[in-house]
Write a protein that binds this ligand. Structure first.
Ligand code: SF4
Ligand code: SF4
Length: 180
């Protein structure tokens, strides 16, 4: 059974609504070297959180968030895997030990109409099996639609940012030729 041990990366990378804590900055209650300074009285959203490394038995010690430089969380209702990266190590997720596995997740969730999103603070990258699309900063009320634009013999990765149901931005990846 895994335990957090010396890790407290979620106290930095996650948005905590009840504390109005933005993503990418240490929580004001973080006690240096001692975890949560208000442990026992910490908010419900902190108590309820368990990252992917804690929950997924297949992820070994190298994936412990404090070691890896990022944490994983899944949003099953949307078929999404989200990766929240330590802003002091923004490219940690691209290291050889992790990147191939993350691309593999992207291929798996795409088949289930999901996606992999990587956040460094509010800055978001959508990971497709074929390429990574940097879409810049996302606000809390932005909604993303991720999929492919399809022709008879090709497809292109497609990301749309919706604001109040309207398309506010669109990004298209490179064309991929497919057999007919
Ligand atoms: S990121 Fe995961 S392992 Fe680290 S403190 Fe948070 S829940 Fe525990
Ligand atoms: S209240 Fe405690 S557990 Fe919650 S983010 Fe702050 S330091 Fe972490």
């Amino acid at each position: 059974m895994k335990s957090c041990g010396p890790c407290n990366l979620c106290c930095k990378v996650l948005h905590v609504e009840s504390l109005t804590k933005p993503p990418g900055r240490w929580c004001r209650h973080t006690a240096a070297g001692a975890g949560c300074g208000i442990h026992g009285a910490h908010p419900t959203d902190c108590r309820a959180f368990a990252c992917g490394w804690l929950q997924w038995p297949e992820l070994g010690e190298a994936w412990r968030p404090s070691t890896a430089g990022f944490l994983i969380r899944s949003e099953p209702s949307q078929g999404r895997i989200c990766i929240d990266v330590d802003s002091d190590r923004p490219n940690a997720w691209r290291a050889a030990a992790y990147y191939g596995t993350i691309k593999g997740w992207s291929a798996q969730v795409r088949e289930r109409i999901g996606c992999v999103l990587v956040y460094v603070g509010a800055q978001c990258t959508v990971v497709f099996p074929e390429e990574d699309i940097d879409i810049g900063d996302l606000a809390g009320d932005d909604e993303l639609v991720v999929g492919y634009l399809k022709g008879r013999t090709w497809r292109r990765p497609l990301v749309r940012r919706l604001l109040r149901g309207e398309i506010a931005d669109e990004w298209r990846g490179a064309r991929i030729e497919e057999g007919v």
